[in-house]
Design a protein around this ligand. Structure first.
Ligand code: C2E
Ligand code: CA
Ligand code: CA
Ligand code: CA
Length: 273
C-alpha cells in the first residue's frame, strides 16, 4: 500500500509508527528520500496551560520509509548535518509545512507554527531574509512563525549569532530557546538575545516529581524566563501531575503526549475546525 498516503492521511499515528528497527540510513538513502518527498512535516500541538486550548503546533520532521516505516529525526538530522544536506532538508520540511498552513488558512483557521533550525544555520547571515522569502511564498505572516533554536546552538560565536537573531526578530519571527537547561548559554546571552520564548527541556520535566534537583531546575528556569519577559513552555508533559506542577509554577504553554502526540497534518485539528 502507499505508505506516504497513509502517513499524510488522517489516521492514528500508530499506523505508521512501527516499532523501530535497526535501519541505519546513509547519505544516498536520505538524498533519495528528499527527492521522493518521503521526508514530511508532522505537527504536535502546543496548548495553553490554563484553558488547554491549542495555541500552535511544532513542526517535527518524519521520514516515511517504504520498507522501514517511520524513521524519526534522531536517526537522520545528524546525518543530514554531517553530510551537508541539512539546508535542503530544512527548506523542504519548512516549505511543506507552510504549504499546509496556507491550506489551513484558506479554510479559515489560524495556524501558528514553530520550526526547528539546526544550530549551524545560526551562522548564515542570509538566513533571516531567506526565511522571509519562504514565508512570503506561502502567504504566511512571520509573526505566526516561531523559530526554535536549541540552547546548545548558542555555544559558538555569540556576536554573529546575535546579529542573526536580531535580524530574525526585526522581521517579526518569534524566537524560542529550545531544550533549555541542557546547553551552556550564559545569562548574558539570554539577556541580550531577542528571545520571545523559553522551552524547559523535557528531561527535567520527566524527573521533576521524583528528583528535587530536576524540580529546582524547572522552577528556576520558569522564574528566569519570566524575569526576562519570555513566555515559558514546558515540553514532554506526559502526566496530569506534571501538568499541575508546571501550571502551578506559571508556565504559559505545554506540549506533550498527555495532551497530543505529533501527528500527520490530516489528523491535526485546529480550534474552530
Ligand atoms: P525537540 O525539538 O526537542 O522536539 C521534541 C521531541 O520530543 C520530539 O521528538 C517529540 O516527538 C518528542 N515529544 C513530544 N512530546 C513528548 C512527550 O510527552 N514525551 C516524550 N518522551 N517525548 C515527547 P522527535 O520528533 O523525535 O524529534 C527529536 C528532535 O529532532 C527534536 O527535538 C529536534 O531537535 C529534532 N528535529 C525534529 N524535526 C526537525 C527538523 O525539521 N529540523 C531540525 N533541524 N531538527 C528537527
Ligand atoms: Ca523543538
Ligand atoms: Ca525541545
Ligand atoms: Ca530535544
Amino acid at each position: 500500500y502507499d505508505i506516504l498516503a497513509v502517513a499524510r492521511a488522517p489516521v492514528r499515528p500508530s499506523v505508521v509508527e512501527k516499532a523501530p528497527d535497526r535501519y541505519r540510513p546513509d547519505t544516498e538513502a536520505l538524498g533519495s528520500a528528499l527527492d521522493d518527498g518521503h521526508v514530511i512535516p508532522w505537527f504536535q500541538a502546543k496548548f495553553c496551560t490554563q484553558t488547554r486550548r491549542i495555541l500552535g503546533a511544532e513542526v517535527l520532521a518524519r521520514w516515511i520509509h517504504p520498507e522501514h516505516g517511520m524513521v524519526g529525526p534522531d536517526r537522520f538530522i545528524h546525518l543530514a548535518e554531517r553530510e551537508g544536506m541539512i539546508d535542503r532538508l530544512t527548506d523542504s520540511v519548512i516549505r511543506q509545512a507552510l504549504a499546509q498552513c496556507r491550506d489551513w488558512r484558506k479554510a479559515g483557521l489560524s495556524p501558528k507554527v514553530a520550526l526547528n533550525l539546526s544550530p549551524h544555520m545560526l551562522h548564515n547571515l542570509d538566513l533571516p531574509d531567506a526565511l522571509v522569502d519562504i514565508a512570503r511564498d506561502y502567504d504566511m505572516p512571520p509573526e505566526m512563525i516561531t523559530i526554535e533554536i536549541t540552547e546548545t546552538a548558542l555555544a559558538g560565536d555569540f556576536t554573529s549569532q546575535l546579529d542573526i537573531l536580531t535580524r530574525l526578530r526585526m522581521r517579526r519571527f518569534g524566537l524560542s530557546i529550545d531544550d533549555f537547561g541542557t546547553g551552556y548559554s550564559s545569562l548574558k546571552q539570554l539577556q541580550q538575545g531577542p528571545f520571545t520564548e523559553l522551552k524547559v527541556d523535557q528531561s527535567f520535566i520527566a524527573k521533576a516529581l521524583t528528583e528535587e534537583g530536576a524540580r529546582a531546575i524547572v522552577e528556576s528556569s520558569v522564574q528566569l524566563g519570566h524575569r526576562l519577559g519570555l513566555k515559558v513552555v514546558a515540553e514532554g508533559i506526559e502526566t496530569e501531575e506534571q501538568m499541575n506542577l508546571v501550571r502551578d509554577l506559571g508556565c504559559e504553554e505545554v506540549q506533550g503526549y498527555l495532551l497530543a502526540r505529533p501527528c500527520a497534518a490530516g489528523a491535526f485539528v485546529w480550534p474552530g475546525a
